[in-house]
Design a protein around this ligand. Structure first.
Ligand SMILES: NC(=O)c1ccc[n+]([C@@H]2O[C@H](COP(=O)([O-])OP(=O)(O)OC[C@H]3O[C@@H](n4cnc5c(N)ncnc54)[C@H](O)[C@@H]3O)[C@@H](O)[C@H]2O)c1
Length: 338
């Protein structure tokens, strides 16, 4: 459920319990899902925590649970409301963290949002919002924190990307584009910071993970979300994903892929084989095999309806389109969008 370097680090590498203790860690998107779980696991390591998202009451709830179950005291946790799209507020937020704890050791760029709708059913505002939130919001906060890390010549910038920052799938192309942009930005930033070996720029690329991401996904309009998470049983547990993220941070890994199969295997194929001219046939054969396997599984379980239908897609109107035939017949591609 992780790439080979990550699994090796888990087996033989440094433990988060040794490496991350006493660090000041700022987590965005800490009110839900991966960010919330990250807060709980970090609070057991004895770090100083900054919890950011838009909803203060949700952050206060997370803080209370950190205090109940972790090793932290009230003074170790700062609740700092932050809207990633309000880039004008990021400088002041950074100053507030520095004023409270004196330093920022790790910035975890986790806050973000996804999307479920076909291109022709999606308003441009949705794509704009995804770029403003997932990409520009993250870039903006990083730019505010970076001068401080450069001054200290150390720090970790950890960005929760996605395997959709590596591969692209239908129904979430605005999300994929924003995550591809993030990966390009941070890979380039790492090179720009080559003279600061103490500053680690890390891309975390999870596959499907249990969280509220589907519920909060935009469905064609910025005012419309999917509204429910559907069946999440095929997804990785949030706790396992976060444990692997902490191992990645403890071992300064530059990019990690965290996913169960078949998503991890598909990512490897995409990265190393897919797209090369002579191997297009392999791609089709592979896709068809997955579809058949998925269809067999679906027939046996028949648990939930197609996400595509939930998004109100233009079912039936384009019955001759290959894409819609895939979408209508199988849940594979729907499962692949997270
Ligand atoms: N769950 C998955 O399957 C999965 C897979 C790959 C990557 N990711 C990434 O993980 C990260 C966390 O997502 P999650 O799965 O926990 O989903 P989630 O919806 O449970 O959590 C998203 C968090 O981001 C915050 N957020 C949203 N808009 C914001 C804004 N404008 N300003 C500040 N915070 C904002 C939310 O309040 C929430 O705390 C995202 O970047 C997502 O792209 C998730």
């Amino acid at each position: 459920d992780g790439d080979l370097t990550l699994l090796w680090a888990e087996w033989q590498g440094r433990r988060p319990e040794w490496e991350l203790t006493d660090m000041v860690v700022w987590v965005t998107g800490a009110s839900s899902g991966i960010g919330e779980e990250l807060a709980y696991q970090l609070s057991k390591l004895g770090v100083s925590l900054v919890l950011s998202a838009r909803r203060v009451h949700e952050l206060e709830r997370v803080k209370r649970r950190c205090l109940e179950n972790g090793n932290l005291k009230e003074k170790d946790i700062l609740v700092l409301p932050l809207d990633l799209t309000d880039t004008g507020s990021h400088e002041a937020a950074t100053k507030a963290v520095l004023q409270e704890f004196g330093r920022i050791d790790i910035l975890v760029n986790n806050g973000g949002m996804s999307q479920r709708s076909l291109c022709m059913d999606t308003s441009l505002d949705v794509y704009r919002k995804l770029i403003e939130l997932n990409y520009l919001g993250t870039v903006s906060l990083t730019k505010c924190v970076l001068p401080h890390m450069i001054e200290r010549k150390q720090g970790k910038i950890v960005t929760v990307n996605s395997i959709l920052g590596i591969i692209s799938v239908p129904l979430s192309i605005g999300y994929c584009a924003s995550k591809h942009a993030l990966r390009g930005f941070f890979n380039g930033l790492r090179t720009e910071l080559a003279t600061y070996p103490g500053i680690i720029v890390s891309n975390i690329c999870p596959g499907p993970v249990q969280s509220n991401i589907v519920e909060n996904s935009l469905a064609g309009e910025v005012t419309k979300t999917i509204g429910n998470n559907g069946d999440q049983s095929h997804k990785m547990t949030t706790s396992r994903c976060v444990r692997l993220m902490l191992i990645s941070m403890a071992n300064d890994l530059k990019e990690v892929w965290i996913s169960e199969q078949p998503f991890l295997l598909v990512t490897y194929l995409w990265q190393y084989i897919w797209g090369r001219k002579g191997l297009r046939t392999l791609r089709v054969v592979w896709m068809q095999t997955l579809l058949i396997l998925k269809s067999l599984r679906q027939n046996m379980t028949e648990k939930s309806t197609c996400t595509f239908q939930a998004t109100g897609g233009r079912n039936g109107k384009h019955e001759n389109s290959n894409l819609l035939m895939l979408l209508n017949n199988q849940r594979l591609i729907c499962d692949f969008t997270f």
